[in-house]
Design a protein around this ligand. Structure first.
Ligand code: AMP
Ligand code: ZN
Length: 467
């Protein structure tokens, strides 16, 4: 199996530290809002990676964190705590916000057939582990106290920024970010906030440095090492984590243990983009999985769309692309249904031609998770008259262990709203066109009472279940 390692900027032959088992840590969601479909693209890529490792016979210990404290809106320790900001906006407690969006996240990943991590760990449950790492860093002389906060001093290590290949001299000259005057070096980062500018921070804990809360990066160091040891195989995330979050994780982890490299393979997924660039929670159209389901798509149409692009290429989202993914997935399922209709049971993959397809699939997926090529192999195989139908079914099951497109399952239609509800929605659209806003508002109220929220988009209106 070959995998691109961001650290070396090259595709490398994969070999695990311990024979036959892999430790894999994936940075999880910051639970202050719904995940957008860009975030979900990253989790789909990680799921493909995990399932490819499993297919290759590895045992995988998959750990994912839930960030429910400490993630500020700015990457340079500036801005507001995302959780507190959201809690204020929604007039809920931070714990309520965390619980609500954590549940919503797991609902989304379940709909996308993403397998849940073996260990899901919340930052707020691991404050003591973080404090222990900070104490260790302090004992080794890597920290300083300034303005009441504990900082990691990047000048105490000689390879800061190696993952992102940062040119520190250039950065010093052209520092664009608002520099915290407490910092000795603009790239130093907070391990523990005590004297924060956020006086109303809701979540605080006692620590040797005073009551406060952790910086964002320390949670991933503390939790990954707790569950996977001081050195492990794979660390994943989106490419935006490379210059700051993962860079800082490496600095503090290697400084704490003295063991290098902390992580053997760094794997990053490229962005989902829209017309305005990177899809993000703060700008552009914020598309959730529920919103595309509300428009009549299946979550797996989106999964198919993601698989049709390589994870290291940007993927531009459009409804035309999602329509193509939907029809490709449905036509696959039709073909498979037809095979099953002949009451053919899946059997072993033994024939020469069938084995060729199996190997072509493995070559594609083991070549740095080349899902577009692997999908092409599946399409060709289905068309090939030289492959026996029962072997086709067996090959589909084999490949779907990685694709996870539920190819062998019956399709169930997931339309939101009954025929009557949808007729009302149409009536409202017509009422609005006729400028009969009174009737339009009445219909909105009726649908709301029935448990639906109307979503208006340039492509039309649709219903979403009220949550
Ligand atoms: P967050 O919940 O903001 O911490 O982000 C969760 C994951 O989604 C991280 O691994 C990010 O790197 C990733 N991510 C953020 N925006 C995008 C995007 N537009 N496309 C793909 N992945 C993204
Ligand atoms: Zn992380």
């Amino acid at each position: 199996m070959r995998l691109y390692n961001t650290m070396s900027r090259s595709v490398e032959e994969f070999s695990s530290i311990k024979k036959d088992s892999v430790g894999m840590y994936c940075c999880g969601p910051t639970v202050y809002n719904y995940a957008h479909i860009g975030n979900l693209r990253t989790y789909i890529f990680e799921d493909i990676l995990k399932k490819t490792l499993l297919l290759n016979g590895y045992k995988v210990k998959h750990v994912m964190n839930i960030t429910d404290v400490g993630h500020l809106t700015g990457d340079g320790d500036d801005g507001e705590d995302k959780m507190s900001k959201s809690a204020k906006a929604e007039k809920k407690s931070v714990y309520e916000i965390a619980e609500f969006y954590t549940d919503a996240f797991f609902k989304d990943i379940n709909r996308l057939n993403i397998s849940k991590a073996d260990i899901v760990c919340k930052a707020t449950d691991h404050i003591n582990d973080m404090i222990e790492v900070i104490k260790n860093l302090e004992e080794k002389g890597h920290t300083y106290l300034s303005g009441g906060n504990v900082y990691f001093s990047i000048d105490t290590i000689d390879d800061y920024g190696k993952l992102a290949r940062l040119n520190l001299d250039e950065l010093k000259e052209g520092a664009r970010i608002e520099v915290d005057s407490n910092k000795k070096n603009a790239k130093d980062f907070v391990l523990w906030f005590t004297n924060s500018k956020f006086k109303d921070q809701a979540m605080t804990w006692p620590s040797p440095w005073g009551v406060g809360y952790p910086g964002w990066h320390i949670e991933c160091t503390a939790m990954s090492m707790k569950y996977l040891g001081a050195q492990f195989d794979i660390h994943c995330g989106g490419i935006d984590a490379i210059p700051v979050h993962h860079t800082n994780e490496i600095a503090q982890s290697e400084a704490a243990t003295g063991i290098k490299p902390w992580v053997k393979y760094w794997c990053h997924g490229e962005f989902l983009i829209n017309d305005k660039g990177k899809m993000s929670k703060s700008s552009g159209e914020f598309l959730t999985l529920s919103s595309i389901i509300g428009k009549g798509y299946d979550a797996l149409d989106y999964r198919y769309l993601c698989l049709s692009a390589h994870y290291r290429s940007q993927l531009k989202f459009s409804y035309e692309a999602l329509d193509s993914a939907k029809s490709a997935r449905l036509s696959l399922k039709e073909k498979i249904k037809a095979l099953r209709k002949d009451s053919i049971e899946a059997k072993e993959i033994k024939g020469e031609k069938a084995l060729e397809y199996k190997n072509a699939f493995l070559d594609a997926i083991n070549n740095d998770l080349h899902t577009p090529q692997a999908l092409a192999v599946m399409h060709s195989m289905l068309k090939d008259g030289d492959v026996d139908n029962s072997e086709k079914l067996a090959l589909i099951s084999f490949m779907d262990q990685v694709f996870s497109l539920s190819l062998n399952a019956e399709e169930k239609e997931e339309t939101v709203g009954s025929a009557e509800d949808l007729a009302l929605l149409d009536e409202r659209t017509n009422a609005k066109k006729a400028k009969d806003y009174k009737r339009a508002d009445e219909i909105r109220a009726i649908l709301l009472e029935r448990g639906y929220v109307i979503k208006d988009t340039p492509q039309g209106s649709y219903l979403e279940k009220k949550v």
